[in-house]
Ligand binder design. Structure first.
Ligand SMILES: Cc1cc2nc3c(=O)[nH]c(=O)nc-3n(C[C@H](O)[C@H](O)[C@H](O)COP(=O)(O)OP(=O)(O)OC[C@H]3O[C@@H](n4cnc5c(N)ncnc54)[C@H](O)[C@@H]3O)c2cc1C
Length: 328
């Protein structure tokens, strides 16, 4: 399928030039293009001018506390410092799609990619397309949400976003107009739920560019894992995933949990923090009964659609297995 829209294309020389052009009507950001080009072909995204930021080398750097938006998913997955410091993020990056997609896709694009709902991406004038119905809510919804499914029931597709939420990352956004006008948003406020606005997925506004993700130092002695369940071994999005970051008193896995972040993917329109499960863990030893209580608490508010009740069991199973593996 070819792109049927007329497009102008600009490869920006620096961030100010990119921001200046993005102020114009119908301009859009091109990171690696692995999702944008598909959306332009499908007509789910319309754009008059594509602004490539691929030449902005300042946005590629990975430092201990900040990851540039143009760092590729492959770079994140093999970066030694990320592996040592943020193991759940490295594992999430390695779980994305396929080697080709990880080489081409950037962190900024991975966070800002569009949902994969087959109704929205198909020929349906659904709520997200400006219509008045979410067809997935009563149609083929085995891949759709069991949490936060109000108005529109798509699930957020990014693996890295789930891990970044567990690490309490912040997203740096520049613009509009000048690169010096930046704001920083906690990643758990970065995504917009459809009940608030079904036509957008993130707080990134017109004329803005995600420039980096800042990740604070995790608690001393923490452990982190990312587990993804998908229908195929590669080239596939999460049916359910979980990022878990824990720290134990005195760094001893036999002692009570002092810090817990549990975030679910593939089950909600944004990475979904399992706050009740975290509460079930903190202050307790990670034994069988604590793990069972946490897994149960994680799904207490879940609400299945006609075809995705299996996700409730998946969430519980994934949390049980991963927490058991961390119990030492
Ligand atoms: C077959 C297939 C399987 C996949 N499987 C997975 C998977 O398992 N897990 C997963 O997480 N992803 C998966 N993906 C998605 C893939 O990882 C994304 O396509 C990729 O991460 C997007 O990165 P990009 O740099 O190519 O973004 P682009 O395609 O360039 O952009 C994507 C969107 O983000 C916007 N954007 C890009 N960069 C910025 C920025 N810096 N600031 C503001 N907006 C920006 C663009 O305007 C566009 O709307 C899959 C994709 C395909 C096609």
């Amino acid at each position: 399928m070819s792109i049927s829209q007329d497009l102008a294309y600009l490869r920006a020389a620096d961030l100010d030039e990119a921001l200046r052009h993005l102020e114009k009507d119908g301009a859009c950001v091109h990171g690696g293009g692995s999702d944008l080009v598909t959306c332009l072909r499908e007509g789910t995204v319309t754009c008059a001018q594509v602004i490539s930021i691929g030449g902005l080398d300042d946005l590629r750097a990975i430092t201990p506390t900040s990851i540039g938006a143009l760092a590729t998913i492959a770079e994140l997955g093999r970066h030694e410092e990320i592996e040592r410091r943020l193991p759940a993020l490295a594992a999430a990056a390695r779980a994305v799609g396929s080697p080709q997609l990880r080489n081409q896709g950037t962190l900024g694009g991975n966070l800002c990619q569009k949902p994969r709902c087959w109704y929205w991406r198909g020929d349906f004038h659904c709520l997200r397309q400006g219509g008045d119905t979410c067809y997935a809510a009563f149609g083929q919804n085995h891949g759709h949400a069991i949490f936060g499914a109000e108005a529109c029931v798509y699930v957020h597709p990014s693996d890295t976003a789930v891990a970044l939420t567990a690490y309490e990352a912040r997203v740096r956004i520049a613009g509009p107009g000048r690169s010096s006008r930046t704001r920083t948003v906690p990643v758990d406020e970065f995504f917009v739920l459809p009940a608030d606005d079904p036509t957008r997925e993130t707080v990134v506004g017109r004329g803005e560019i995600v420039t980096a993700v800042e990740v604070p130092a995790p608690p001393d002695g923490h452990v982190g894992v990312y587990r993804k369940i998908r229908a195929r071994g590669a080239w596939d999005f999460a049916l359910t995933s979980a990022a878990i970051v824990l720290a134990f008193e005195g760094g001893d896995r036999g002692k009570p949990v002092r810090h817990a972040r549990l975030v679910l993917g593939g089950v909600a329109p944004a990475p979904w923090r399992a706050a009740a499960a975290e509460q079930a863990l903190v202050g307790r030893r990670l034994d069988e009964s604590t793990i069972a209580a946490a897994a149960e608490a994680a799904v207490a508010d879940a609400s299945a659609l006609d075809h995705n009740g299996f996700k409730i069991d998946l969430v519980q199973g994934v949390l049980r297995e991963e927490l058991q593996s961390l119990a030492g």
